[in-house]
Design a protein around this ligand. Structure first.
Ligand SMILES: [Zn+2]
Ligand SMILES: [Zn+2]
Length: 171
């Protein structure tokens, strides 16, 4: 549900959110989050967002592809500016603040979309369901956390670059 920007009071407002979001647009809201969000107008249609969020995101292990819950805790501190032309005052404020700037379009701000973006930014680049995940066998695809397939993977050892590439292509 959006917040109309012309209804945000000059002293700002604070939101307490506790919701489920569909983090990867998979048709199910598998990620739960709570967030305390403070929105303060700084002029020229720019809003300063501060606060914190905690989420449990269901993501995929980059080695064995198991789905697992990843806890994410993040501080929120950025400016939200209109995607359209911003005036000089606002531009000055953005430069002075030296904060990350996100952009919005139209007359409404969607806090859920904003939190979703922040959760995605806070997720690990290479998620692992466990730090010592053994991954899938490069030969037969067996999950080596569950079973020893006994495949000869000597030759694959020196092809480390290959497995890195494979990880990239999975993304
Ligand atoms: Zn794993
Ligand atoms: Zn195997």
């Amino acid at each position: 549900m959006g917040i109309k920007i012309n209804e945000i009071p000059t002293e700002g407002l604070t939101l307490e959110l506790a919701r489920n979001v569909d983090l990867f647009d998979q048709g199910r809201s598998a990620t739960t989050f709570t967030a305390a969000l403070s929105i303060r107008p700084v002029g020229g249609g720019v809003f300063h967002f501060t606060g914190s969020l905690q989420a449990t995101a269901e993501i995929e292990c980059s080695r064995c592809l198991t789905r697992f819950p990843q806890v994410v805790v993040a501080e929120i501190n950025f400016n939200l500016a209109p995607a359209k032309v911003i005036n000089e005052e606002a531009e000055h404020e953005l430069e002075r603040a030296e904060l990350d700037t996100e952009f919005y379009q139209g007359e409404e701000i969607d806090p859920d979309a904003i939190i979703k973006e922040q959760i995605l930014l806070a997720l690990p680049m290479v998620p692992l369901h466990s730090p010592d995940c053994k991954g899938l066998c490069p030969v037969c695809g067996t999950d080596r956390n569950l079973a020893e397939c006994g495949c000869e993977t000597e030759g694959w050892g020196k092809a480390g670059a290959f497995s890195v590439l494979r990880d990239i292509f999975r993304k």
